[in-house]
Design a protein around this ligand. Structure first.
Ligand code: HAM
Length: 424
């Protein structure tokens, strides 16, 4: 016997009562991104596996253990996208969007990572991402970071902090990596299994550990800031001056390394303390080497992506999303014989008043139960059709939210009666 569908649990649903918050978050992103000249690009959810392993990095957590990878009927290895940057760069490169222009692109949609689910961490989650190409100066970093701050403010979320770092050039990171490995090896007895495993593959990620046993080893580790090359140091300095001038507070955190290999130079994260361990709501940085790595001309680039589930949780807690609009009116037919006629009347009202949100408590039942359904729909008015009134070309208007007496009017006057509801 098969398992009941009811017992099959997989990925999360977004239920109707959460819809308005999701829409508010998505609309806010779209609105602000468009104000800064970003154009939407819609990208496939499935890509060749190689795209991700080569760009995100073979020894990152994502590629090593989190990708949903399968072989299709042609024998090609495909992967459900774990993030959007790789696909966005691929599309921009293949479609010639990078030349003769300085494109600014944004995208939204589901991403997939086979992580251990917990609060704020899901196997299918949603991101809005933004990517800007062709400018290497810190003014682009500053504008992108200020844009992300503006979006988060527009969402009405308080208490987020901005952390900022510069990862330097590949050469600077190589020197730092060697010094870090040396330090970690000298304290090998304190390292946990995960750190031992990463020691020679991805030692910078060890700095991200949450294991208290390693706190002291991490605290005394060499500082990436001391290894920065002169150009990166100047870039970081100029970026900080620009954020200061714009009044944007931040914390410089030389331990902020990010989990994807394509980063170099500026990296940043917006973090909330009220989401537990998964507090990063928006994160990004420069990836000046990626376009060239993927076969294009050297093209500097920077971007970010935000995790929508985490932002929705914060917006819900802040109560900053506007409530979903309820229907303006419900049209109730008391008499079964009037049903066909009532459906036609509803259609003609919808034709004449394009703003009108009108619900038919379809399914009949007594007048009382229909009115109960009309009330639950949130409608301001019930429009009641009785046999007598219909014969006289009239309809009854009942105020569902106040205690005004109900009254009958000529059906032709309905648009006039309903018009004050347009602004609600
Ligand atoms: P990321 O840090 O891997 O960066 O993800 C960005 C954001 O997506 C995270 O800060 C978090 O809010 C959300 N997120 C990631 N994984 C999950 C999950 N399993 N469940 C819920 N939310 C999650 C990137 O993806 C880069 N592509 C960002 C970027 C764009 N850098 C440059 N351009």
């Amino acid at each position: 016997m098969g398992t009941s569908i009811q017992n099959i649990r997989g990925f999360s649903d977004v239920l109707p009562d959460e819809g308005p918050i999701w829409r508010f978050v998505e609309d806010t992103f779209r609105h602000e991104l468009e104000r800064y000249g970003y154009a939407e690009i819609r990208l496939p959810i499935v890509e060749k596996t190689e795209l991700f392993s080569r760009s995100i990095g073979e020894v990152t957590d994502i590629v090593e253990k989190e990708m949903y990878t399968f072989t299709d009927r042609n024998g090609d290895s495909l992967t459900l996208r774990p993030e959007g940057t790789a696909g966005c760069v691929r599309a921009a490169l293949q479609r010639g969007l990078l030349h003769n222009a300085r494109p600014r692109l944004w995208y939204a949609g589901p991403m997939f990572r086979h992580e251990r689910p917990q609060k704020g961490r899901y196997r299918q989650f949603h991101q809005v991402g933004a990517e800007a190409f062709g400018v290497s100066g810190p003014e682009l970093d500053a504008e992108l970071i200020l844009l992300s701050g503006r979006i988060l403010r527009a969402l009405g979320i308080d208490g987020l902090r901005l952390e900022l770092n510069n990862l330097g050039t590949i050469e600077a990171r190589r020197r730092y990596r060697a010094a870090l490995i040396e330090h970690l090896q000298a304290h090998e007895g304190w390292l946990d299994d995960d750190a031992r495993r990463r020691l020679h593959t991805n030692p910078l990620r060890i700095l991200d550990t949450k294991n208290p046993q390693m706190a002291e080893v991490i605290r005394t580790a060499p500082d990436l800031g001391d290894y920065l090359d002169e150009t990166s140091r100047q870039h970081f300095h100029d970026l900080r001056a620009m954020l200061d001038a714009a009044g944007q507070p931040y914390t410089a955190n030389s331990r902020l390394v990010r989990g994807l290999d394509y980063y170099g130079g500026t990296v940043f994260e917006w973090i909330s303390d009220s989401l537990g361990a998964q507090g990063t709501v928006l994160a990004g940085g420069r990836y000046d080497i990626l376009v060239e790595m993927m076969g294009g001309r050297p093209t500097p680039a920077i971007g970010f992506a935000a995790g929508l589930e985490r932002l929705v949780a914060l917006v819900e807690a802040a109560g900053s999303a506007p409530a979903a609009p309820s229907v303006h009116a419900a049209l109730v037919a008391v008499d079964e014989d009037l049903q066909a006629d009532t459906v036609a009347l509803a259609e003609s009202l919808r034709d004449r008043l394009p703003w009108l949100r009108l619900q038919l408590p379809i399914g009949g039942g007594s007048m009382k139960s229909q009115l109960r359904r009309a009330d639950r729909s949130g409608a301001a008015l019930a429009l009641i059709r009785g046999a007598e009134e219909s014969a006289a070309g009239e309809i009854i208007i009942k105020d569902l939210r106040g205690d005004a007496e109900q009254y009958a009017v000529a059906i032709e006057r309905l648009p006039e009666i309903l018009s004050p509801l347009e602004s609600t």
